[in-house]
Design a protein around this ligand. Structure first.
Ligand code: PGA
Length: 252
């Protein structure tokens, strides 16, 4: 059975003290929950990964990275490799977030190479994609999403998909307060699962968790998560506050 997942993407927020404090709060909050088949993930910034792993030790909170470089090592000033992440005990990395695509020029081809590098390092990939507002207005959103999947991750073989989580994040809903309706999310998630099924077969499609991201809050999470093809959320703003994030975890 595919996992349910609530993942907090902290982006470039929370210094060392704030990261430790937030992980500590979440650790104590989740300790009282029965997290049946549900994963709770946080993605702090690189410099706070090690301290967050330490703060989460022995708890159900998983710490993941927001990005990585495609090379294993070398002259890439300022970059972080997959093996560096695994050396901290990390098991997963987010790739392809729309902010990486928009502000750091990460295109499908680069992301495909990052996906390969992550899997080679035994890191699970949380692969993000989603259309922009113009694409939806021009009813091109299914094409855009299909293209991002085909060019960024559909080169993998079926066996690799046990280490893939998909995160559909319409760009127009990220950090804008505007959420896709639960029906819009379900429509796209069903389309995505169908594409995975056409490419890899029903078994792979049935097992892959597909998260929705874009202004998920405690108030709208229950409705979005009630949809059959929505397996959880990738949360930005609301993940920075323990009680909001836990409201979303409780919703799932
Ligand atoms: P948001 O961000 O929840 O603040 O809209 C979501 C994301 O970027 O993953």
């Amino acid at each position: 059975m595919r996992s349910k997942i609530v993942a907090g993407n902290w982006k470039m927020n929370n210094d060392l003290a704030a990261s430790k404090a937030l992980v500590g709060e979440l650790v104590s909050e989740v300790s009282g929950l029965s997290l049946d088949n549900t994963r709770v993930i946080v993605a702090p910034t690189f410099v706070n990964l090690e301290s967050s792993v330490a703060a989460a030790e022995g708890s159900a909170i998983e710490v993941v990275a927001q990005n990585m470089h495609q090379a294993d090592s070398g002259a890439y000033t300022g970059e972080i490799s997959g093996s560096m992440l695994t050396s901290l005990g990390l098991k997963s990395v987010i790739l392809g977030h729309s902010e990486r695509r928009a502000y750091f020029g990460e295109d499908d081809a680069l992301l495909a190479s990052k996906v390969d590098a992550a899997l080679k390092n035994n890191l699970e990939v949380i692969f993000c994609f989603g259309e922009e507002l113009e694409d939806r207005k021009s009813e091109n959103h299914f094409n855009i999403v299909g293209g991002q999947l085909k060019n960024g991750i559909f080169h993998l073989d079926a066996a690799a998909w046990k280490n893939v989580v998909l995160a559909y994040e319409p760009v127009w809903a990220i950090g804008t307060g505007e959420t896709a309706s639960a029906d819009q999310a379900q429509e796209m998630h069903a389309f995505i699962r169908n594409l995975v099924s056409e490419t890899y077969g029903a078994e792979v499609a049935d097992e892959v968790s597909i998260l929705y991201g874009g202004s998920v809050k405690p108030e709208n999470a229950t409705e979005i998560f009630s949809k059959p093809d929505v397996d959880g959320g990738l949360i930005g703003g609301a993940a920075l506050n323990a009680s909001d994030f836990m409201g979303i975890v409780t919703a799932i």
